[in-house]
Design a protein around this ligand. Structure first.
Ligand code: ZN
Length: 320
């Protein structure tokens, strides 16, 4: 069916990811701009969104666009009455295709340049490393992460596969290694553990939005050889917890062959409160580190508060 409409694999993926569990229409009950609208036509939505992402002017500006650009891009009859809603849809947590820039205009990070931006680390001495390892890594997880944490971006240091964040005098470089199926995180500064907690929480919420995408959290080794190394050995956090729960306090580093105390490995990465939690109870290590915050619900029932129903060209208005 997707081929019939001339869609590339990426677009088919886009469709399946976003419409997978939704049924036949979209309704964003928690989004103020979108709560009164029900989108009945996926193709209308997808085409509208790709009119922006495929636009040569937007691509030439590496994903930057303005309200004026949108007036031009969505000038057709079937879009121009619903520009506000389409833009809200692109910004919505279910899509996370763009965000509003502080100085005006918008940015779709999946059109950013592909080349990594240089950044000078203040020190390589005690950076904190952390990784996520995926069996299946969906495309666009990093660009969605960028949209979600865009307020922390340091001096617009971002590209299609990475971003530098700044929070509480701490920097974090988050990169996607698609072919290795990894997200890597590297932190420096005075609150590395605190900032890592925030980043992990954001990533876990993203995983939740992909129907609990399975990912392994990876903790770096702290033996004499690995400490300070840019390529330390990584342990699966789940394995460390199994060791601990089975009364084995140490694990062997595959690089140095030294035995390393599990308690210190976890302590080096997580704040004390999390260490206590990690070492006292059996947790679902794949996903949760905290409560969900502010996830948008997509409702597959027609809410009584929805006034607008968008069916392709036809826009039916009226209160139910
Ligand atoms: Zn080691």
């Amino acid at each position: 069916m997707c081929n019939k409409h001339g869609m590339t694999e990426d677009r088919a993926l886009f469709l399946s990811e976003f419409f997978h569990d939704i049924g036949v229409f979209l309704h964003f009950r928690d989004d103020l701009t979108l709560r009164d609208t029900i989108f009945l036509n996926h193709e209308w939505v997808t085409d509208g969104v790709y009119k922006v992402l495929d636009n040569e002017h937007v691509k030439a500006h590496y994903g930057h666009f303005t309200d004026d650009d949108l007036v031009e891009i969505w000038k057709e009859e079937k879009y121009k009455e619903k520009r506000k809603e389409l833009l809200a849809l692109m910004k919505n947590r279910k899509f996370e295709l763009c965000y509003e820039l502080p100085g005006g205009g918008y940015l779709a990070p999946n059109l950013l340049p592909v080349d990594e931006q240089p950044y000078e680390w203040r020190s390589h001495q005690d950076n904190l490393h952390f990784e996520y390892s995926y069996q299946f890594m969906p495309k666009g997880i990093l660009t969605r992460f960028i949209v979600r944490r865009h307020k922390d971006i340091f001096q617009q240091t971002h590209w299609r596969y990475g971003v530098l964040l700044d929070y509480d005098n701490t920097r974090a470089l988050v990169r996607e290694r698609y072919f290795e199926r990894k997200l890597t995180i590297m932190l420096e500064g005075s609150n590395k553990k605190g900032f890592l907690e925030i980043i992990r929480k954001t990533i876990h919420e993203l995983h939740d939005s992909y129907n609990n995408l399975a990912a392994e959290e990876m903790i770096p080794c702290n033996c004499a050889l690995c400490r300070g190394s840019q390529q330390p050995h990584f342990y699966r956090y789940a394995l460390l917890q199994r060791y601990w729960q089975n009364g084995r306090p140490a694990i062997t580093c595959e690089q140095s062959l030294d035995d390393v105390r599990i308690e210190t490995l976890i302590h080096d990465v997580f704040p004390q409160s999390s260490v206590d939690a990690a070492l006292t109870r059996d947790r679902d290590i794949h996903i949760h580190i905290g409560d969900k915050i502010g996830g948008d619900k997509i409702d597959a029932t027609v809410g009584a508060e929805a006034n607008n129903v968008v069916v392709g060209k036809d826009v039916t208005q009226g209160s139910h």
